[in-house]
Design a protein around this ligand. Sequence first.
Ligand SMILES: [Mg+2]
Length: 276
Amino acid sequence: MTLPRRPKGFMFDLDGTLILSDRKLGGYSAIPGAAETLRALDARGIPWIAMTNGSAYPASVQAPRLRAVGLPVRDERLFTPNSVAGKAMLERGYSRVLVLGTQGVVDALTEMGVPCVLPEDDGAHAADAVYVAWHPECTMPHIHLACERVLDGAAFLTASDVPYFATKEGRSFGYSCAINGAVARVTGVEPEPCGKPSPLALPMIAEELGVSEQDVGVVGDDAVAEMQMARAGGAIGIAVASGSTSHEQWEAQPPERAPHVVIDSVQDLLAALDIG
Ligand SMILES: [Mg+2]
């Protein structure tokens, strides 16, 4: 595994890469060396953003939590699938988006100007798009309504269709993936992911960093979310073994999900890329 070129900007995954969350306590801890690495990039003027597939909260809620554990992540540097979804929804001009997600998801999209409805709202039956995100309170009537809308021709988008993410207690599963599975099984329509590895995400990340897609270093612990996105977009995949994927598992990835380089953790990033 060799680097095709040195990245000019970076996208960092959160869970398993910069932090480990503790689901029981509802808190985070930073991966050792993560804060130092981000500060070192800042000191060298190398642009970076963080992007999570977690959609439960807007950046204005999540970023302060990251700063509380020492990570220098300003609100505007934190991207969520809702950021990507909102941009795509506005461009496509949906008149009403049915959201299966928390109030935080609705808030994030509404802030961007997307007309949202919840399953209980008037007009939910006329939605021309369905967006599935973090939705721990999902009920069968919600799934029923989503299926009806999709069968009726509504677009079907999701924050994330990745089954697992890394936590302190080990693998945890993505609720949106479970809900997507139910809707897709019934309707025969697969969702369009807006989070990683969505083809919608990398161009937005590159634009934000001010570099070309080929010069983005995509740093993450998940073969599908980060490495598949990097490979599909011609970016540079940098895998860490601090999250849900071990060194042995990285070795076993097919070419379309293979990292260009594997490091133990983000602590080793600068040394591995020879960024002095
Ligand atoms: Mg991760």
